[in-house]
Write a protein that binds this ligand. Structure first.
Ligand SMILES: *Cc1c(COP(=O)(O)O)cnc(C)c1O
Length: 461
């Protein structure tokens, strides 16, 4: 007798102990809300949102152990017990020697960039991240992209689209000289490429090359555990290793790190800078007092450091990552079933819908991704965000950037939503897809000077 069981499903390695009630809205209420928000999902009130996929940053659900630890926070100004727990967790699981707490990732980027980058330096990296690049530039550096070409192609199925193109790096080194390159900036599970991993083999090659040249590798480890999970699933020789072991190996191939604990580490706020170099640490300890707080709290409450120490440990559990990445994959596969065009392979922290192929009748000047995000909100109260021409902004001469990709980002918070929520999201997107021909473009009626995507307002054409 043949089995009826086609596959065995994953499920969440936790159950619910507390819930947050959501307001259910009518279509009429949502039309009113999005009009008032100028067709910009950033300007919606969160209470008018049913499923919030704006970001996976700081939106994680903490465990009972983390909530319990909040009561044990040692709020001493100096030498807090909670700091030593936090420091020990980072040393134990990531292997870096010296740790500086910061209020979030960009606080660490600010300090590290100021210490390592001199005016006229060049910082090669595997695709830019907004705050990371800005701090490198503010410190006088020039960011150069050295990610493989495949990362810029939404349909290329390369399993490690976060890889560095070593030939591109070599060119940069030849052009500027190793002395002007304080470090290579390596993100794990590259955010701007759609949550795509770097392979261990590539990182090892990069380590060998940078060692020869005397160049550091600084690790943006915001999503290192998600990257480790992909290595376990996809890279030869790693299927028997745990996520925790792979994370440790990744970190051991780098010289220091910046971390936004608001992503992988399962908390709502926090971050740190790490280094294996005493001199850099000493300088950072001086600087953190100026920008964040004393070196044993760095802008965090004792209770925040308690929760991060536990969150780091929980993030390295294989079952957690399987459910985390599995849920994103589940949503992506449902979208594909409905014929919705998405970026492939499916990434670690979200689904990116290709608005150009979704709405081919709209020109880029009619803001297809912005319009699509608004339509999805109207359909079901699901909040997504634009990553296209609005986010790209304007050049110094005032002309619009016309990015190749026009995407709507569906970012999945960790441990927050259920599989039924994923079904609602996929079905809503599919319903909008079925009536795509009737969707009109937008015209911008208010444009802020900086980072316009946050506050721009639109009207239907
Ligand atoms: C979020 C993020 C940062 C910045 O961290 P914040 O905590 O938001 O300041 C840096 N790098 C990457 C890859 C991120 O996703």
């Amino acid at each position: 007798m043949s089995s009826k069981i086609v596959k065995r499903s994953w499920a969440e390695p936790y159950k619910m102990k507390m819930v947050e009630l959501l307001k259910m809205t009518t279509k009429q209420q949502r039309v009113k809300a999005i009009k008032e928000a100028g067709f910009n999902t950033f300007l919606l009130k969160s209470e008018d949102v049913y499923i919030d996929l704006l970001t996976d940053s700081g939106t994680n659900a903490m465990s009972d152990a983390q909530w319990g630890s909040l009561m044990q926070g040692d709020e001493a100004y100096a030498g807090s017990k909670s700091y030593y727990k936090f420091e020990a967790a980072i040393q134990k699981h990531y292997g870096y020697k010296y740790i500086i707490p910061t209020h979030q990732g960009r606080g660490a980027e600010n300090i590290l960039s100021k210490i390592l980058i001199k005016k006229g330096d060049v910082v090669p990296g595997n695709m830019y991240f907004t705050t990371t690049r800005l701090h490198q530039e503010l410190a006088g550096g020039l960011f150069t992209d050295i990610i493989i070409d495949e990362a810029h192609d939404p349909l290329n199925l390369h399993p490690f689209k976060g890889n560095v193109d070593l030939a591109k790096l070599e060119k940069v080194v030849k052009k500027y000289g190793a002395k002007r390159i304080p470090y290579v900036s390596i993100a794990t599970n590259v955010n701007m490429a759609g949550g795509q991993p770097i392979s261990m083999a590539n990182l090892k090659e990069l380590r060998a090359y940078t060692k020869k040249q005397g160049i550091r590798i600084i690790h943006d480890m915001t999503r290192v555990a998600e990257n480790a999970y992909f290595i376990q699933q996809r890279e030869k020789g790693y299927d028997k290793k745990t996520v925790a072991q792979i994370v440790m190996e990744i970190c051991s191939l780098t010289d220091g790190a910046t971390m936004s604990a608001k992503k992988d580490a399962l908390v709502n706020i926090g971050g740190f800078m790490a280094t294996n170099e005493w001199d850099v640490y000493e300088e950072a300890r001086n600087m953190v007092v100026v920008y964040e707080g004393l070196h044993t709290y760095g802008g965090l409450a004792g209770r925040d450091m308690e929760a991060i120490a536990i969150g780091i440990e929980e993030s390295l559990d294989d079952n957690h990552q399987r459910a985390r990445v599995g849920q994103v994959e589940y949503l992506g596969e449902r979208m594909i079933e409905y014929g919705v065009p998405i970026v492939k392979p499916i990434g670690g922290h979200g689904i990116f819908v290709d608005a150009k192929s979704f709405l081919p009748h709209l020109t880029q000047d009619q803001f297809p991704a912005q319009a699509l995000a608004a339509e999805i909100y109207i359909d079901s109260g699901v909040r997504t965000m634009e990553r296209g021409i609005v986010s790209a902004g304007r050049k110094a001469n005032g002309d619009n950037y016309y990015p190749k990709l026009e995407l709507v980002r569906f970012t999945i918070p960790r441990r927050v939503y259920t599989q039924a929520h994923m079904d609602v999201i996929a079905e809503s997107t599919a319903a909008v897809f079925e009536r795509r021909k009737s969707i009109k473009g937008l015209k911008m009626i208010y444009e802020p000077k900086y980072l316009r995507f946050f506050q721009a307002k639109f009207e239907r054409l």
